[in-house]
Design a protein around this ligand. Structure first.
Ligand SMILES: Cc1cc2nc3c(=O)[nH]c(=O)nc-3n(C[C@H](O)[C@H](O)[C@H](O)COP(=O)(O)OP(=O)(O)OC[C@H]3O[C@@H](n4cnc5c(N)ncnc54)[C@H](O)[C@@H]3O)c2cc1C
Length: 392
């Protein structure tokens, strides 16, 4: 469906009430009639209620199926901080490369920020064939409106088959804006991505129905297909410095944003388990809160961070910032050691990026063992005590 705000010229008297309410400055009064700038309008619909004459209405219309054959290539929005791509951007480029190779197409990365030039080579080494670079200073502030307008312009001009975003706070805000403007679908928080080699259908798998089943979602009628993926779900690609690619400067200038960044306040720095290289993780099988001491002691000896399954957060044994899984954080450490975690599907959704997993569980059939590289069928407390003694 495509949607837009329509002005009934018979009813409108150009009073300007609607223009006064529009936060996007998308309404002007010309010749005593309201005129909507459809590119600036974000369909918030506040103007509809502001009109005393009901001259404004929301029109939705079925978009014609677009010509799928015109679309090709897989794009990744490479979100950056101070110009440098964040980890999830590279993880997505690695996955996009894999999908593109299967489909026989290419990978394009989009990077923005005044320092972005300096990071093009790392995107190419990670798997991109082409990088679009937007270096205007305005992109240094992560504001949805100029980003969305620029990305939509590029998508309309170059017609990619699929576009991937990291499910970061910014990606989660930007991707739906882009999808809504283009009249496309969007699958949020995918945990698995695959592609149909023949027809290019992106197979977007994510937990559904409260995480009780995994649903694979496809978008057969519209392009581009769009998905967000949380950080740490896919492995970081091994950089290949010998790869060659092209860089294209973005020559499109978005309108001045109706939203301005006035000031920035740094949040209290707290190391996130998402970035940890080693994680010692506890589940209900550790038995009691006092055994968390053993978990922290082992973590201290290994220089590791502590992760937990959700019941431990519910029991108040750990803070939510330590929770791994679908409703917690995704992690991608080099080494993850789990103690007394069963391996429910919602927990496994957060550990797909871990490179080596050692699982300790008394139940030889525990599902965590299907994800583990080393399986220890034993009492978690015994293994913890023994490891601590050995390391000491
Ligand atoms: C919508 C939704 C979202 C969810 N999100 C998350 C999430 O983000 N993260 C998450 O973790 N869960 C999540 N859950 C909960 C999830 O379904 C499981 O209930 C949870 O992961 C189980 O945690 P656990 O493995 O610690 O406990 P249990 O399932 O109780 O497993 C305990 C394990 O410990 C083993 N064990 C028992 N005693 C010992 C011992 N002495 N030594 C060694 N092993 C022992 C048992 O064999 C068992 O395998 C979610 C659920 C829903 C419905």
């Amino acid at each position: 469906m495509a949607a837009y705000i329509r002005v009934d010229r018979e009813k409108c008297v150009g009073c300007g009430m609607c223009a006064g309410t529009c936060a996007q400055n998308a309404i002007t009064i010309e010749n005593a009639v309201a005129v909507i700038d459809q590119n600036a309008c974000v369909l918030c619909r506040i103007c509809l209620d502001s009109c005393p004459l009901s001259a404004l209405s929301l029109v939705t219309e079925e978009k014609k199926e677009n010509d799928l054959s015109q679309h090709s290539g897989i794009w990744v929005f490479a979100e950056s901080r101070s110009g440098a791509p964040i980890d999830v951007a590279l993880e997505l480029i690695g996955k996009a490369r894999e999908l593109a190779d299967r489909r026989g197409t290419d990978v394009t990365a989009l990077i923005f920020g005044s320092d972005a030039h300096n990071h093009v080579l790392s995107l190419i080494a990670g798997g991109a064939d082409r990088v679009f670079v937007g270096t205007d200073k305005m992109f240094d502030d992560l504001l949805d409106l100029p980003y969305a307008e620029t990305i939509c312009h590029l998508i309309e001009e170059h017609k990619p088959e699929a576009v991937l975003f990291g499910a970061t706070p910014f990606g989660r805000s930007l991707a739906p804006r882009v999808a809504a403007r283009l009249g496309c679908g969007l699958t949020a928080d995918c945990t698995v991505l695959d592609i149909d080699r023949e027809n290019g259908l992106l197979l977007q798998t994510r937990p559904a129905f409260g995480g009780n089943l995994m649903a694979t979602i496809t978008c057969p009628g519209r392009r581009p297909q769009m998905a967000t993926v949380r950080p740490g779900i896919f492995a970081m690609p091994e950089p290949d410095p010998s790869r060659r690619g092209e860089m294209t400067e973005i020559d499109f200038m978005p309108r001045e944003s109706a939203v301005r960044l006035i000031s920035r306040t740094a949040a209290e720095a707290r190391e996130s388990i998402s970035d940890a290289r080693i994680i010692v993780s506890a589940g209900r099988g550790i038995g009691s809160q006092k055994n968390m001491k053993l978990i922290y002691e082992l973590a201290g000896l290994l220089g590791a961070s502590v992760g937990v399954s959700r019941p431990l957060v519910d029991l108040g044994w750990a803070d939510h910032s330590h929770q791994i899984g679908q409703t917690g954080l995704s992690v991608a450490p080099d080494l993850l050691i789990t103690f007394g975690i069963s391996g429910a599907v919602q927990h496994l959704a957060g550990i797909g990026g871990a490179k080596k997993i050692i699982a300790v569980n008394t139940d030889p059939e525990a599902p965590i063992f299907s994800a583990a590289h080393y399986k220890v069928v034993a009492d978690a407390r015994d293994v913890l005590r023994e490891l601590i003694a050995k390391l000491k």
